[in-house]
Design a protein around this ligand. Structure first.
Ligand SMILES: [Cu+2]
Length: 567
């Protein structure tokens, strides 16, 4: 690997952080000890120009003096290779090969007191095959891949600020379990946009695009073990992290004896998450001093069963039938590779019994809900020695939560096996306001998935179907569209209308949280949506006719094409 270092210190990944107050004059000397020329970017004032580069021949040094500039989250980087295609991936501006880790954070603080924060740099490296190995990809946070990433410790109620920097060629939809986070700023290597007050959007997933940066703030409310991870399964699942990790061994563990390995660096540390690997940070939230456990007042509990069974598939890949049962009411997903929606109510204590009739272990995550760690559905989660188990074949697990906000969420398998997701162990989780009932006539759930497990997914689905029927809407009526992307690995462009004449819609919510006013405006009905994101839009069909609907996989350029028919 090529890496930056400071004189007198070993080279490091990521490179040394440059951090200074606004108004600082920076004098930097770059020495190239490689045998190849290097082009260095980002050693200049902010906002900066991407075209401003510094050529450093092998064995030589170059110097720069500049004023730091506008406060924000930035980075510097370098490349020594020529951009080239790799497999199905086109050449990227961001380095992908031996120069993939040539970068470091560049933070400019405002003058005066600055709240404490942490800086996380995400990298991705493609290792071309040799005679021994297949092609593989290494993804890192601050130079480490889970289970070797730094475990984080907080106390419930803390105010936590993180800066996330993605100099890599891949986008990463970064997802926080159990809590929303506010976006304080969004930017890239050269510029940064800060949001204040009500302009700060709350999300549980933010897709940090290639070259992008974000600053986030959140407050852990529930004690226990939590996760912050990329939602592309290829970047977080042991089964898809090849060939560095063997598949998770704990799948068959019984609830009573979790075979969760301790963190490899410290035998006394918290238990690990055996299904997780790669772009994953594990977070332990401690109770505040003197906190007493308060039992909620007795309230009627709503009881639902979620039964997961193998389906009679028509292809070699497995599909799964999920059914949602409540009293005498049973809603089944039939042979469609998606589960039926689960509709619950804000403020109502809810118990969902997940029954596993598969021949492999599973676990169900309630994506976006602010619930107790033990019920969050990540094997190895929980509090203290109460450890969330895998649900063994034939076993069941009772998840308990009281939804704290109304909106569009997801239930999905959190098992390492990507075939469970592509086979349909997921569905929409809709939380309504008390007194509301679900109106399928005007409330349209569009769950995007794929029947494939990798980024080149060709078989894109809506509500489990590769060739969905047109959606019929009434002219002049107002609809709520709930869009969910729960494909294992799908960076998708969704559009209503044609490229030349896009339809319009108005954003309502993202990940279940109402969007700030600056985003709740009429706009083109075109959206980039990555795995693990949900969006709600208001849509009015003004005139009769057909509105094309298209979902494009931006990696492979494959499409799902359907339409809305307005009558
Ligand atoms: Cu990722």
């Amino acid at each position: 690997m090529q890496a930056f270092g400071e004189p007198g210190h070993p080279a490091q990944i990521p490179g040394p952080m440059l951090r200074m107050p606004q108004g600082t004059t920076v004098h930097v000397t770059v020495t190239n000890q490689l045998k190849v020329p290097a082009t260095v970017y980002g050693l200049h004032s902010r906002p900066g120009d991407t075209k401003d580069e510094l050529q450093v021949p092998p064995g030589e040094s170059r110097e720069r003096t500049f004023l730091a500039g506008t406060p924000g989250t930035y980075y510097y980087w370098a490349r020594t290779t020529v951009p080239r295609a790799f497999g199905l991936l086109p050449p990227f501006r961001q380095p992908m090969f031996e120069d993939a880790h040539l970068n470091g954070a560049f933070i400019i603080d405002p003058a005066g007191d600055v709240a404490a924060d942490r800086v996380f740099v995400i990298n991705a490296l493609l290792v071309p095959s040799d005679v021994v190995h297949q092609n593989f990809e290494v993804v890192t946070i601050n130079g480490k891949s889970y289970p070797f990433t730094e475990p984080l410790e907080y106390t419930a109620g803390d105010s936590v600020r993180w800066r996330v920097i993605n100099p890599s060629f891949s986008e990463h939809p970064m997802h926080l379990h159990g809590a929303f986070f506010k976006l304080l700023s969004l930017g890239d290597s050269e510029s940064d946009t800060q949001f204040v007050g009500n302009d700060r959007q709350s999300v549980v997933t933010n897709d940090v695009r290639p070259g992008g940066t974000m600053m986030m703030e959140w407050s852990p409310q529930h004690v226990g073990r939590w996760l912050f991870h990329c939602h592309f399964q290829f970047h977080f699942s042991t089964d898809e992290r090849v060939p560095l990790f063997t598949p998770a061994v704990s799948h068959q563990s019984a609830p009573a004896e979790p075979t969760v390995a301790p963190h490899p660096h410290d035998a006394n540390a918290m238990p690990g998450m055996p299904d997780m690997a790669g772009l994953v940070l594990i977070i332990n939230v401690r109770p505040p001093a003197g906190a007493a456990v308060v039992s909620p007042p007795g309230q009627t509990v709503r009881k639902i069963d979620l039964v997961i069974e193998p389906a009679a598939g028509k292809t070699n890949e497995p599909t799964f039938a999920c059914s949602v049962r409540e009293g005498k009411k049973i809603v089944v997903s039939n042979d469609r590779a998606v589960g039926p929606p689960i509709v619950v109510t804000r403020g109502e204590p809810t118990e969902i019994t997940v029954v596993n009739h598969l021949n492999s272990a599973t676990s169900i995550h309630w994506h976006g809900l602010e619930l107790e760690s033990y019920y969050d559905g990540v094997v190895g989660g929980g509090v203290g020695d109460q450890v969330t188990p895998a649900i063994a074949p034939g076993a069941s697990f009772v998840a308990r939560f009281t939804p704290s906000r109304a909106g569009t969420f997801i239930y999905h398998t959190h098992a390492a096996d990507p075939k469970q997701l592509s086979g349909g162990v997921y569905g929409g989780l809709i939380v309504l306001e008390p007194g509301q009932s679900f109106d399928p006539e005007h409330d349209k759930l569009l769950v995007i998935g794929t029947r494939d497990t990798f980024f080149d997914a060709r078989r894109i689905t809506i509500n489990g179907v590769e060739t969905p029927e047109p959606i019929t809407l009434a002219q002049g009526a107002t609809y709520r569209l709930r869009l969910i992307n729960m494909a294992p690995n799908l960076p998708a462009n969704f559009r209503l209308g044609s490229q030349e004449h896009p339809a319009t819609w108005r954003a309502i919510a993202k990940d279940g949280a109402t969007v700030p006013g600056r985003l709740a405006v009429e706009s083109d009905a075109a959206l980039h949506i990555a795995s693990g994101e949900t969006y709600d839009f208001e849509f009015r069909a003004e005139s009769p006719g057909e509105v094309p609907l298209e979902i494009v996989n931006v990696v492979s350029n494959t499409k799902l094409v359907s339409k809305i028919v307005v009558r």
